[in-house]
Design a protein around this ligand. Structure first.
Ligand code: CU
Length: 496
């Protein structure tokens, strides 16, 4: 506890230093040198990991009293050749013992099932809106035609349904789905609308990685919430225009979760499903783990890390080898402040034999792609409800950018600081996976050399990405702080 308070105090003083540096127009790198001693990445996380101009509420430690819930795997249906049915609905959920909380969910009262696709699958999904308000079904990270992507143009009114069809053409990855109605995304996600998509392919099935769903292949959806004194999710009371943050962490909708594992390699598919909070995940023992996948697929090689940071909507797959850890200690996944997110209970059983191969993928950023000129510029700016992209707020009638189908272009995304220094914006583009060329002219870190659909951009940072769209139509690009998105920090690219 003492440590946590101390770190918080350092963080506050760093915010002050960060603010001064920005006013002096010092480059971000120099700021780190001033502070010396601490680990470089920890330092920058603490300085720029704040996701709001306000001080960020800490997360309560998980007491570990509830076993982590694992989302059910949605059954395939053969009738009428519709493969899946996904319903958005209202319900009541016992998040706290003995109390019902009003929530939203897909095919249940809270969150959603996991949808499993294989590369090459021709998928039909019957989407049904059983809510009392309009919603959409957006498949985050999926490379599909814009008319099935579920952006704000595709709202289903209460009681409406729509059958969508697409072919899965991308490689094995962990994606997710959530609503995207204009101005209401943040509240609907907050109330519980989010689910997972796993894509598998020949490669993923042959690598020998842990794949026993719920046993050694564990999805973890991280969402922070504020509950009122009646233990309800009162979005309008909790709402912050600059990103809604809560003091209570739910993982897969589980309050105070713990995860029981065998002494084996366990794959954790981390999804930051929060409206606005950033997480730097690490083990409380300081032990390292390996990252094996980014948002849209496997890394070429596993990357050894002691921590990994995810901003809203980003994913990372990591493998923790519990057979190699000292299980005499209390083991837990913690965040940058030391808050206990997920305690682990390690059983004596040795578990399955799985491996982490040295080579997992053939992702490449070509010389040609690196030499392409910047042909799209995107500038993120503002705070609260005054957020813009290229100086404009979202207008569904306006096309901001156009790009040819199947042609790779380089986008440069710049996070323009404001008077208070600015904040991280997680930038997401629909309908495609992209490659990071550079961050402020430098090669991206090893664990970002893979397919991405969302990228964190720090204040004053300039990022270059190479992106190609496989399909036509109008796609959204936006900040994935959901309140910023709802406040108009969103534009449209038309793929012709
Ligand atoms: Cu933002």
């Amino acid at each position: 506890m003492g440590i946590k308070i101390k770190i918080a105090a350092v963080a506050i003083s760093l915010l002050v230093i960060g603010g001064c540096s920005t006013n002096n127009s010092q480059p971000a790198e120099e700021k780190d040198h001033d502070i010396g001693e601490m680990d470089h990445s920890t330092m920058s996380d603490m300085m720029e990991g704040h996701m709001s101009h306000d001080e960020v509420t800490s997360l309560n430690d998980s007491t570990g009293e509830n076993e982590l819930k694992i989302p059910s795997m949605l059954e395939r249906e053969d009738e009428n050749s519709i493969v899946y049915t996904v319903r958005a609905q209202k319900g009541k959920t016992e998040i706290f013992d003995g109390t019902e909380t009003e929530t939203y969910g897909y095919n249940g009262s809270f969150l959603g099932p996991m949808l499993r696709f294989e590369k090459g699958d021709k998928v039909k999904i019957r989407t049904i809106n059983e809510l009392e308000e309009a919603t959409t079904f957006h498949w985050h990270g999926l490379e599909v035609a814009a008319d099935v992507d579920g952006g704000p143009h595709d709202a289903l009114k209460p009681g409406e349904e729509k059958v969508i069809e697409f072919e899965v053409t991308q490689e094995a990855s962990t994606l997710w789905f959530h609503p995207h109605p204009k101005g209401k995304t943040a509240e609907q996600v907050y109330n519980g609308l989010a689910g997972l998509i796993y894509i598998e392919d020949e490669n993923s099935k042959s690598l020998g990685l842990p794949t026993d769903y719920g046993k050694n292949d564990i999805p973890l959806i991280f969402q922070d919430r504020t509950f009122d004194d009646k233990k309800q999710l009162n979005y309008s009371a909790a709402k912050n225009e600059d990103g809604t943050i809560g003091d209570t962490l739910l993982i897969n909708g589980t309050l105070n979760p713990k995860l029981t594992v065998n002494k084996e390699k366990v794959r954790l598919r981390l999804l930051n499903g929060s409206n606005a909070r950033n997480y730097t995940f690490k083990l409380n023992t300081g032990d390292s783990f390996v990252q094996i996948a980014t948002d849209g697929g496997y890394l070429n090689e596993p990357v050894n890390l002691k921590e990994v940071t995810l901003t809203p909507s980003e994913r990372a797959e990591i493998v923790v080898d519990f057979s190699q850890l000292n299980t005499e200690n209390d083991l837990a996944l913690i965040n940058e402040e030391g808050s206990i997110l997920l305690p682990f209970e390690v059983s004596d059983q040795s578990g399955a034999i799985s491996r982490i191969p040295g080579e997992m993928n053939d992702f490449s950023l070509t010389e040609e792609e690196m030499k392409l000129p910047v042909t799209k510029k995107v500038e993120l700016f503002g705070m609260m409800d005054m957020v813009t992209i290229n100086g404009k707020k979202f207008d569904p009638e306006r096309i901001d950018l156009t790009q040819q189908q199947g042609v790779t272009e380089v986008w440069e995304i710049y996070n323009k600081p404001d008077m208070m220094g600015g904040m991280i914006h997680p930038f997401h583009i629909h309908g495609a996976q992209f490659k990071i060329i550079s961050r402020d002219g430098e090669e991206p870190p090893e664990n970002e050399r893979g397919w991405k659909d969302s990228i964190s951009i720090k204040p004053d940072e300039r990022v270059k990405i190479a992106i190609q769209f496989k399909h036509k139509g109008v796609y959204m690009f936006h900040c994935h702080i959901l309140e910023h998105e709802d406040n108009g920090m969103m534009g449209q690219v038309k793929v012709e």
